[in-house]
Ligand binder design. Structure first.
Ligand code: KIV
Ligand code: ZN
Length: 513
């Protein structure tokens, strides 16, 4: 297969669900992954790395189901170079309209010696064997040299050559530990392309980690030197300091087309929704001053700036908020809005729900509209995310009555159902939140510890919904739960229960695996 490399089109490869999910605490449920994949596909992302099928039953099922639903995007799974991993990955992506296997092995001296405990010859042999096996299963095979930027150049060339000879169609050069800098990384991509025979038969790809804050700059340097695929994640999620942020790559190419004359297919107006969705799913807040998608990215505070903006937005804005999907006014629906308008709004926010889910979401919307006068985009997003993340839960919240205030003791009367059976408990605590969590612990005894408790107001105003994130940690597993409600304590109880359900589901999957 001949692949054109003299193109200015950049393949955007999203690895939020694989490298992003490797971030401690950033786990996603099956339903959340399906939704995110749907949004990424509708956004025009070319390749979606949906998971690491051999790592768990959950990952396998997520990749398989995303593959089944895919239309245009290539659906990719990650595999180590072992025959078992590659078979499992091939099985998971098999039903995709466009399947890809992404296989990798470490090539740097430090990784080969300490991690793999393999010599260079054995690694080289594994490269050819793994790529050939993958090519027997699918036509589209990506090969990565893990820790490429700390690999000896001649050995890296030999491995890449072996991968191309065995049939790899994309060659990825990861800066696994985020050690490189733009000039060096760009030079590496160029030298590899110039040295390796048949380098024009493959697509060269960047995969840069952000340990020195250089992931986006390094990826762009790679592009300027001939890479035509960029691996990145929404909000820059990923191992340690994360990966190159998709929204930053796409907007840099978009805004600076004058000196970076490359194009992507990504619909930039969906960047904001994607960022919100990933932040909600993982419970990782987006830094206020984060480029492109931070709350302050388009806020002008100082008088001089505001004055300039009023005269002409170009004085201080290099892109328009609408270009990345930030609407000027996000006041949307009210009590009288119908199902159709509600569904249109959901679609514009990146959610396409089936009939039952839509009916349930609409019911929740109506209940919220009865309690809250103005419903904003963020309220709708919180509501739908809540519903999706609670799908199939064994423990469900029923009701809560709390005594709070300066005169103790604070107490909570909680009712829940476990597998459909009603349970209740009344507990005191050191404050109302403690009382609520104690009641949950009485009904569902567990040893997991509370690792994080976070409250945000979904919108402004005293009637704003509270969005609570709870992270539980136990037996080496972590789970993030979240919920929103106009009542902060109800949201806290629901978020804790959500985390507990996820922890239990993950524990069962681990046992099954
Ligand atoms: O950072 C890395 O090296 C990776 C590879 C598995 C591609 O994520
Ligand atoms: Zn990585």
């Amino acid at each position: 297969m001949t692949i054109q490399t003299d193109t200015s089109d950049i393949v955007i490869f999203d690895t939020t669900m694989r490298d992003g999910e490797q971030s401690p605490g950033a786990s996603m449920t099956h339903a959340e992954k399906l939704n995110l994949a749907e949004l990424l596909e509708s956004m025009g992302v070319n390749v979606i790395e949906a998971g690491f099928p051999a790592s768990s039953v959950g990952d396998f099922e997520a990749v398989r189901d995303i593959a089944r639903r895919s239309r245009d995007s290539v659906i990719c799974g990650l595999a180590r170079s072992t025959p078992g991993d590659i078979d499992r990955c091939g099985e998971a992506v098999r039903e995709a309209a466009r399947p890809r296997i992404h296989t990798f092995i470490s090539t740097s001296p430090v990784h080969m010696k300490h991690k793999l405990q393999m010599g260079p010859n054995a690694v080289l042999e594994a490269v050819g064997r793994s790529v050939a096996q993958a090519r027997n299963l699918v036509d589209d095979v990506e090969w990565s040299a893990e820790d490429a930027t700390r690999t000896e150049f001649d050995f890296l060339c030999k491995c890449i050559d072996a991968a191309i000879v065995a049939g790899a169609t994309t060659i990825n050069i990861p800066d696994t530990v985020g050690y490189s800098h733009p000039e060096e990384y760009g030079r590496l991509i160029r030298s590899l392309r110039e040295t390796i025979p048949n380098s024009d038969k493959v697509i060269w790809s960047t995969h840069c980690h952000n340990d020195l804050g250089l992931a986006v700059a390094n990826s762009l340097a790679g592009v300027s030197n001939g890479a035509r695929q960029v691996e990145c994640t929404i909000n820059g999620l990923g191992e340690r300091a994360g990966n190159a942020a998709l929204e930053e790559i796409v907007m840099a190419l978009n805004v600076r087309h004058d000196s970076l004359p490359y194009s992507t297919k990504v619909d930039t107006r969906k960047l904001s929704s994607a960022s919100l969705m990933v932040s909600r799913i993982t419970g990782f807040p987006v830094q206020y001053n984060k480029a492109i998608v931070g709350k302050n990215a388009f806020a002008h505070e100082s008088g001089i700036h505001q004055d300039g903006m009023l005269k002409n937005a170009e004085t201080y804005e290099i892109m328009k908020p609408e270009d990345v999907g930030v609407s000027k006014t996000s006041l949307v629906l009210g009590k009288l809005s119908g199902r159709h308008a509600f569904n249109d709004k959901l679609i514009s926010l990146g959610y396409e729900l089936d009939k039952d889910s839509l009916n349930a979401a609409f019911k929740r919307f109506k209940a919220l509209a009865d309690r809250k006068k103005h419903i904003f985009d963020d309220d709708i997003l919180a509501l739908v995310d809540d519903q999706l993340s609670a799908l199939g839960e064994r423990i469900t919240f029923k009701s809560l009555r709390v005594v709070a205030g300066s005169e103790g003791p604070q107490s909570a009367d909680l009712k829940v159902e476990v597998d459909g059976t009603p349970h209740e408990a009344s507990c005191e605590g050191n404050g109302p939140v403690d009382a609520v969590f104690n009641a949950i612990r009485v009904i569902v005894p567990h040893t997991s510890k509370l690792d994080l408790f976070q409250v945000h107001a979904v919108t402004g105003g005293t009637d704003a919904q509270a969005e609570v994130s709870v992270r539980l940690k136990g037996e080496g597993i972590m789970a993030m739960g979240r919920a929103s409600d106009p009542d902060t304590l109800v949201a806290s109880a629901k978020a804790y229960i959500n985390a507990l359900n996820k922890l239990e589901a993950r524990r069962l999957k681990r046992v099954a695996a």
